[in-house]
Design a protein around this ligand. Structure first.
Ligand SMILES: [Zn+2]
Ligand SMILES: [Zn+2]
Ligand SMILES: [Zn+2]
Length: 124
């Protein structure tokens, strides 16, 4: 019995469109901006390359205002993981819960808004 040759592979329907942007956390330097470990420590977000890959389309992270840094600590922003941008399907509109702030106005702990996950906008 001859085996059927299955040479054709299924082509992925939607390949994720990735693009490189300068790492927000280290501002593209590749170095740990706060030198918590050592002055030579590599940025934990981009691994020292100064660039991070994000899915397109994306918007600036409202929670950290695109800095990649959690404003109360010196840790990476919990909404964008330090990239400074958040992938989101466009078109978008201002988040009805936080009105673009990216943080939950009712939450005292200062966590990213649970509706937009910190992006400040939601897909329409
Ligand atoms: Zn970096
Ligand atoms: Zn952020
Ligand atoms: Zn929101």
């Amino acid at each position: 019995m001859a085996k059927k040759a299955a040479t054709k592979r299924k082509v992925k329907k939607k390949a994720k469109k990735l693009t490189s942007v300068p790492c927000a956390f280290c501002q593209g330097t590749g170095k740990d901006p706060f030198r918590l470990l050592s002055p030579m420590a590599a940025c934990g977000v981009c691994g020292g390359t100064g660039q991070v890959e994000v899915e397109e389309p994306y918007v600036p992270c409202a929670f950290c205002r695109g800095t990649g840094i959690h404003h109360r600590s010196r840790l990476t922003c919990t909404a964008c993981m330090g990239k400074g941008v958040i992938a989101i399907k466009k078109p978008v509109e201002s988040c009805p819960t936080c009105h673009g702030l990216g943080r939950d106005p009712r939450n005292e702990l200062d966590l990213p808004c649970t509706t937009c996950l910190g992006a400040g906008v939601v897909s329409i």
